[in-house]
Design a protein around this ligand. Structure first.
Ligand code: GDP
Ligand code: MG
Length: 933
């Protein structure tokens, strides 16, 4: 049984019979006929001879259990469970995790190398190796016999397939596949046997057993597949396609039995893509069954993987693709190789980079670990954690750094829709002239509010806390010269940005300069704002009724600022006025209308409204309230608007006198209710068609704003180093600011932040409109912040937190008191301060109307004592709504001087009739105390 004929041996060795005969001759054994039987002794002899004559093969032969000499191959074979060794496979030599069933693979590995090295290596070496194998074979006769049988059958099948394939190819052939043929044939004829034989040699009993488990059909399928890499290799190598080495490995996996399949219904894909099957979509039933067996317990492939597989197979096997391509094109289904293939070349991904990018998301888009991105960022000097965001430029850099392609993000669809929307407003309808928007500016106490009061014939100035305008006021006034819209601005330095905004949304600036005071810092500032906004200026020289009035002084002062009066050869109208007597006010209105006419102010009246937020606040009862100036179109009750990052449906429009109005056209300021939140002053608003768009835009903006804030917080390395250098020398004074209106809060925030010097830095940790809430207090406690309530008070739950944490809470109603106090504290100039102490609070339970006193509030004193001689404030929802004096304080019918905690009383407030149940009346006194802060 162990004896074989020369012919059989030659077949086993895959070499021509004559060559074998020659070799035998050289080894000193005379065989003349290929039918002669060669004994195992003779085989050993031949082996010994060949070893002697071929040094290389000897070494290999000695390491018998690792079989052939080509070490790399060998190793790959042995270790192929995990590794495709770098050697034999050519340049890339990617490591592979390969399935367990190994022997077949090992064989083909050898063969491929042989094929590669065919030109260089003497065939003899090959023969030696194979001889050794046949030697082994003899020792395992039983196994061998079975396998030989299997092999033969497989071979037969394979040959059949090849024929079929060739036939197919002839039919479908488009590309020339000439060179392929011989290779295929050759391998079909020559390889299967050693392949199978080699298995037991190398992989030992387990492997052998495994081989035996595989039935003939399977083996038949395995073998040809095994050969594929070899065939692929030659054509690929010159092209040096990076993916080429991958495919063979992938196939090897399949050969081992780990075929991938996504679903049972996808059997075609899961089936081993044997050439036979590929070419013959009507493959035999057995084949399909076999395929299913292979498909059992397999890895899943994603669509992408599949695509990659088929593309890699395309690249990897050009020789074959000639035969397969037409089929694939003809819809024969996916024709990729089996198993998955790990990319060996870096995959370059297109990464969408937005304005702001969360590090983790970036990493995900690049399919790398977040920590890698963090590391790359760190190398670039950007400290960011996975959850932080980086800006667009940084993201682009890091994406490039990691070898991917950044692409711009163009997802601002909602915003674009809105822009398109807004543009149509301009186009729609006919433009008609609109009232001018006039902003009154000037130094504090020069009479801006008084002048406006005179024009409006109201008394705003006297109702202001300390007589100081602390937020922007907007009024439209029907004058003898038509409608004029006035924006009253505060004169204090704190309101720089508010004034700047006033100038930007205005057509004309009226600069009020007191004739007795002349040009002052805020006068100069107002000139600059007007100039920056390119808005014409009209100078109202006020207080002309006063004895010390010196209008020429004003003119001179302004000429120094390049504001030259008309009568001095310039282009600026100077109008002498008196807000007290009304002198010159008509002339001022004339000047305004002349200027407006020159400017030909026009706007579309019909169409969706757009404009700007002048002031905003949070009202406990009414929610967010914003004063907006309509600039184009008409705003109507019920409109949907986007306003900064807020949106909403206009629940009500209220004019400056407190009346509800149905609509507001161009240049008309109006208070609006119904927004989703308090917009920032200066935000644009625009009416949109539907709520969905409004919400989308607002949400998009909100997201952007939030991300931008995060970006600004993300630390750059330089900042950290800078901080480290500073040490502990600079003290930080944390302040939390709450105010009644957004403008005041903003002004406070800005001016407080500027106070710092080299020893003290003022840091506004948080700010907002509305009463001081529990969360404000908690935040202040956490950041050890001083709490400033500007015309607002802490609510009950906040007060608890304040008490338990011993927080320092200061209430103010005059903005420069705040600034003075903080400045003095910061500069160490702690002098005396006028401090307000709340001595008592009363809650309004009911309101009675009395013909004599107006509204009388029936109150319960809830804290301290209310004294008739002391000033009071009226608070609604912890926000100051009025400051003044008591008209009367009564217990029952009697006038009293004070009412103590727990007692009821009747309170009438001077000049204020708008008291409502639920309001609080706080009574306070001013005392001078040494400053401590
Ligand atoms: P604002 O800070 O610029 O708004 O100034 P106000 O309107 O609050 O006025 C400041 C002070 O100047 C008030 O006490 C006014 O009564 C006073 N005042 C304003 N205009 C005139 C004026 O034309 N003549 C006189 N005599 N006093 C004026
Ligand atoms: Mg004022």
């Amino acid at each position: 049984m162990s004896d074989v004929t020369i012919k059989q041996l030659a077949q086993v060795l895959g070499m021509p019979v004559d060559k074998l005969l020659t070799q035998l001759g050289e080894a000193g054994m005379k065989f003349s006929d290929q039918e002669q039987v060669i004994s195992s002794t003779e085989k050993v002899k031949l082996l010994g001879f060949l070893r002697r004559t071929h040094g290389k093969s000897e070494a290999a032969a000695e390491v018998d259990d690792s079989a052939p000499r080509q070490i790399t191959l060998k190793r790959r074979t042995v270790g192929e469970l995990k590794v495709a060794a770098p050697g034999g496979r050519g340049a890339t030599g990617a490591a592979k995790t390969v399935n367990v069933e190994v022997r077949a693979k090992r064989t083909y590995v050898k063969r491929s190398v042989i094929a590669e090295e065919a030109s260089a290596e003497p065939e003899r070496e090959d023969a030696v190796r194979k001889l050794q194998e046949s030697q082994q074979q003899r020792e395992q006769e039983e196994r061998e016999r079975t396998e030989a049988e299997q092999r033969r059958q497989a071979e037969a099948q394979h040959a059949l397939d090849e024929q079929r394939r060739r036939a197919e190819k002839e039919q479908h052939e488009v590309e020339p596949a000439g060179p392929v043929e011989p290779a295929v044939v050759e391998h079909v004829e020559a390889t299967p046997e050693p392949a199978a034989e080699a298995a037991p040699v190398a992989a030992g009993d387990d492997a052998a057993a495994a081989v035996q488990r595989i039935d003939q059909r399977d083996l038949g399928m395995i073998l040809p597949r095994i050969h594929e890499p070899r065939k692929r290799e030659k054509p690929v190598k010159p092209a040096a396609a990076p993916a080429a080495p991958v495919a063979p490995a992938a196939r090897a996996v399949v050969a081992g039995g780990a075929v991938a399949s996504t679903a049972a219904g996808d059997a075609g894909r899961g089936k081993p893509k044997h050439p036979r099957e590929r070419n013959d979509s009507v493959g035999s039933k057995e084949d399909r069954d076999a395929g299913k067996r292979f498909a059992g317990g397999q890895m899943h492939l994603s669509e992408a993987d599949r695509a990659r597989r088929s593309s890699s197979s395309k690249r990897g096997k050009p020789g074959r693709s000639g035969g397969r391509e037409p089929l694939r094109g003809g819809g024969a289904g996916p024709t990729g190789p089996h198993g998955f293939s790990r990319p060996t070349a870096p995959v370059v991904r297109e990464v969408v980079v937005g304005d702001t990018n969360v590090v983790a998301e970036l990493a995900q888009k690049m399919a790398v670990k977040g920590s890698e991105v963090v590391k790359a960022l760190f190398k670039m000097g950007v400290m960011a954690t996975i959850n932080q965001t980086v800006d667009h430029d940084t993201a682009v850099l890091v994406v490039e750094e990691l070898g991917h392609t950044p692409v711009a993000d163009n997802q601002n669809n909602a915003e674009e829709t809105l822009a398109a929307h807004t543009q149509t407003i301009e186009l729609e309808g006919e433009k008609v002239s609109r009232p001018p928007v006039v902003t009154i500016m000037g130094h504090v106490d020069h009479g801006k509010t008084s002048l406006l009061d005179y024009i409006r014939r109201t008394k705003v100035a006297s109702g202001e806390a300390g007589g100081i305008t602390q937020h922007i006021g907007a009024y439209h006034v029907q004058t003898s010269k038509g409608v004029i819209t006035f924006l009253d601005t505060p004169g204090h330095a704190a309101f720089t940005s508010m004034r700047a905004r006033g100038a930007q949304s205005t057509d004309i600036v009226i600069l009020v300069v007191a004739a007795d005071d002349g040009v002052k810092p805020q006068t100069i500032e107002a000139v600059k704002h007007a100039r920056a906004a390119k808005v014409p200026l009209i100078v109202a020289v006020n207080k002309m009724d006063k004895d010390g009035a010196n209008p020429d002084n004003v003119k001179q002062g302004l000429v120094a600022q390049e504001v030259v009066p008309e009568d001095w050869g310039g282009d600026v109208q100077f109008v002498p006025v008196s807000a007290k007597t009304g002198m010159g006010v008509e002339d001022l209105l004339d000047a305004i209308s002349v200027q407006a006419e020159v400017m030909e102010l026009k706007a579309v009246v019909d169409g969706r409204a757009s404009g700007v937020v002048i002031e905003s606040s949070l009202d406990r009862g009414r929610g967010p309230v914003a004063t907006v100036l309509v600039q184009q179109g008409t705003l109507r009750k019920g409109d949907f608007v986007v306003c900064g990052v807020e949106y909403g449906r206009m629940r009500a429009l209220i004019d400056e006198t407190g009346k509800q109005v149905a609509e507001a056209g161009p240049s008309i300021p109006v208070q609006v209710l119904g927004l989703s939140g308090v917009p920032e002053t200066g935000d644009d608003f625009v009416a949109v068609e539907d709520e969905r768009l409004a919400r989308e835009v607002a949400e998009e903006r909100q997201l952007k704003r939030r991300e931008t804030r995060m970006v600004s917080k993300s630390n750059r390395l330089e900042d950290i180093i800078a901080k480290m250098g500073q040490g502990e020398e600079q003290q930080t004074l944390n302040i939390l600011v709450k105010g009644d209106v957004q403008g005041s809060v903003e002004a406070l925030r800005e001016s407080l932040t500027q106070i710092g010097n080299d020893r003290v830095r003022v840091n506004v940790v948080a700010s907002g409109v509305g009463g001081i809430t529990e969360s404000d207090a908690t935040l202040a406690a956490a950041s050890k912040a001083l709490v400033i309530g500007f015309n607002v008070r802490a609510d009950a739950s906040a007060r608890k937190v304040i008490e338990t944490n011993g927080l320092d809470v200061r209430y103010f109603s005059i903005i420069y008191d705040v600034i003075d106090q903080v400045t003095q504290a910061a500069t160490g100039l702690l002098g005396m301060e006028v401090r307000e102490d709340i001595i008592g609070t009363a809650e309004v339970r009911d309101v009675f109307r009395s013909s004599k006193f107006g509204a009388v509030a029936g109150c319960m004193v809830t804290e301290g004592v209310v004294k008739r001689s002391k000033p009071i404030r009226v608070l609604r929802d912890h926000v100051v709504i009025f400051e003044g004096e008591l008209e009367s304080l009564r217990r029952f019918k009697d006038l009293v001087d004070e009412v103590r905690n727990g007692m009821e009383c009747g309170i009438a407030v001077k000049q204020y009739n708008d008291v409502k149940p639920g309001d609080q009346i706080e009574c306070f006194e001013r005392t001078e105390v040494a400053r401590t802060l």
